[in-house]
Design a protein around this ligand. Structure first.
Ligand code: UDP
Ligand code: MG
Length: 316
């Protein structure tokens, strides 16, 4: 019997934990037909509400439910990493707790794995129900990202993915601290089948992503998967040297031919302001990479577990 692990990162999802379980169990016939043993791994990312006790209730009811609870909020990327590390399935699927990743797609996804794909990913083709500005910036981000990074990052890709053990192990081999999962999926490669579906709105509760959080997250993605911004600094340096050289020649020639060196200091002030602005900007870019490197070399753990329930019988 093959085993399927479902990994569900949860942060303050008390209202959704049970709904998710019920919805997933609608596929029970499919699991039986394919002889798939199920393991449902809720990763509680330091929730402050009743998420943990909700999961414990489910565990008491159904031994296939497991819980890993973090000591604080480490972010979804850390929750995904923990889930992948702790799960024992031959196939692994990542799903949001808010039912934005419909479990009803599972049979179709699994059929592609049977056909020999290593990984089945999903992307939403619409962004219905999302603020217009957010969609706009999201599109811009993907365009920019794909231009400056060699790793392919698909617009609208969700973290909803079914993978074989081989792919999971590849992802686990990437032990970096700054985990930009969308980039990591693209980086490992493998035969990936893309399924498309219409955006589904969150069932209950609020999204955990503010615009500002998303903005910082996108910067993180760029820094983690591209070094093009560093090149910008060098290019800007060369550009300003060339401009300076031309101005020197113009000034000398003008002095020799017309006896007029240059007039006034406003132009000088403007030049100094602009060039120092560019310098600070480039220094900032270098600083971003340096700070990421700093966090990376500290080799801090990606997450800390406070409590773990279920799954002991799977060890070994
Ligand atoms: N999540 C998490 N840790 C966080 C933020 C979110 O584990 O710090 C989980 C959350 O519980 C949900 C999933 O990640 O299951 C997606 O979060 P959300 O629905 O808020 O994001 P959106 O769908 O709006 O992008
Ligand atoms: Mg959501």
């Amino acid at each position: 019997m093959k085993r399927l692990s479902v990994i569900v990162p949860c942060y303050n999802e008390e209202e959704n934990v049970r709904d998710f379980y019920d919805e997933l169990c609608r596929n029970e016939d499919f699991f039986r037909e394919k002889q798939l043993g199920l393991e449902i791994l809720y990763v509680d990312d330091g929730s402050r509400d009743q998420t943990v006790s909700e999961v414990k209730k489910l565990h008491a009811q159904d031994g296939r439910v497991r819980l890993i609870s973090f000591s604080r909020n480490f972010g979804k990327e850390a929750a995904i990493y923990a889930g992948l590390q702790k799960c024992r399935g031959d196939f692994v699927v990542l799903m949001d707790a808010d039912l934005q990743d419909p479990p009803s797609l599972l049979p179709e996804m699994y059929s592609y794995i049977e056909q020999g794909y290593d990984s089945v990913a999903t992307r939403r083709v619409t962004r219905k129900g999302e603020p217009v500005i957010r969609s706009f910036f999201a599109r811009m981000f993907y365009k920019l990202m794909n231009r400056i990074s060699r790793t392919e990052i698909v617009d609208g890709a969700r973290d909803y993915r079914l993978m074989t053990r081989q792919v999971v192990d590849a992802i686990l081999a990437m032990t970096e601290y700054n985990r930009f999962t969308k980039g990591i999926f693209g980086w490992v490669g493998y035969e990936t089948k893309w399924l498309e579906y219409e955006n589904v709105e969150r069932r209950k509760g609020e999204t955990k992503w503010s615009f500002w959080k998303l903005f910082l997250y996108s910067l993180e993605g760029i820094i983690a998967f591209s070094t093009v911004p560093l090149t910008i600094a060098s290019v800007a340096g060369v550009f300003f040297c060339v401009v300076a050289f031309v101005i020197i020649i113009v000034t000398v020639v003008r002095k020799l031919m017309f006896g007029d060196p240059t007039s006034g200091w406003p132009s000088l002030v403007c030049i100094i302001m602009m060039v120092s602005g560019v310098q600070l900007f480039c220094l900032g870019i270098v600083g971003q990479y340096l700070s990421k490197t700093y966090m990376e070399v500290k080799r801090r753990p990606i997450y800390l577990v406070r409590e773990e329930i279920g799954g002991q019988e799977l060890e070994g």
